[in-house]
Design a protein. Structure first.
Length: 160
């Protein structure tokens, strides 16, 4: 996958977490996600369409998600509370929207987010699209941003 599709997400996750949560984020080495890897407990998923097609998944262990949501909302919320999922969904929305704004000259739309909460679940995307996991670390704990982009609507991306 072209790094020009990954860099906007790195910049956006750092910007969102530093601006909205006052949490600096350290970025690890992005790597190809293989099926069955990177299971987490809370995942927010958003789709992209237009000139850039694909999806973005923001995934957390429960403890990290709980701390991040508490800072974001200013109140402690249990993962079973309906506002908890809304808060995680809004975070992926802001990260995706920030990255989308950096895709200069491209017409990109993002969908409404979906949130999955469940211990060690897996998120699977299209088989013909490479998923890149961007490992992140903050004072609240580790989390990941998974980006899957079909680079050309007419030609599927190479598979891993």
């Amino acid at each position: 996958m072209d790094q020009s599709y990954i860099i906007p997400f790195i910049k956006s996750v750092q910007n969102v977490f530093e601006t909205m949560l006052q949490l600096p984020v350290q970025i690890g080495q992005p790597e190809i996600k293989h099926p069955g890897e990177y299971g987490h407990d809370v995942s927010a998923i958003i789709g992209m369409s237009g000139d850039v097609e694909g999806s973005v998944v923001l995934s957390f262990p429960t403890a990290t998600a709980t701390r991040v949501v508490s800072i974001f909302t200013g109140t402690e919320l249990d993962p079973g509370h309906e506002d908890f999922a809304d808060a995680v969904g809004e975070l992926v929305n802001m990260v995706s929207g920030g990255a989308k704004a950096q895709f200069s000259g491209k017409d990109v739309s993002i969908s409404c987010p979906s949130v999955v909460i469940g211990q060690s679940h897996q998120v699977y995307g299209r088989k013909d699209v490479v998923a890149i996991c961007i490992p992140c670390e903050s004072d609240c704990g580790e989390f990941g941003v998974e980006v899957s982009v079909r680079q050309d609507a007419g030609t599927p991306a190479a598979t891993a």
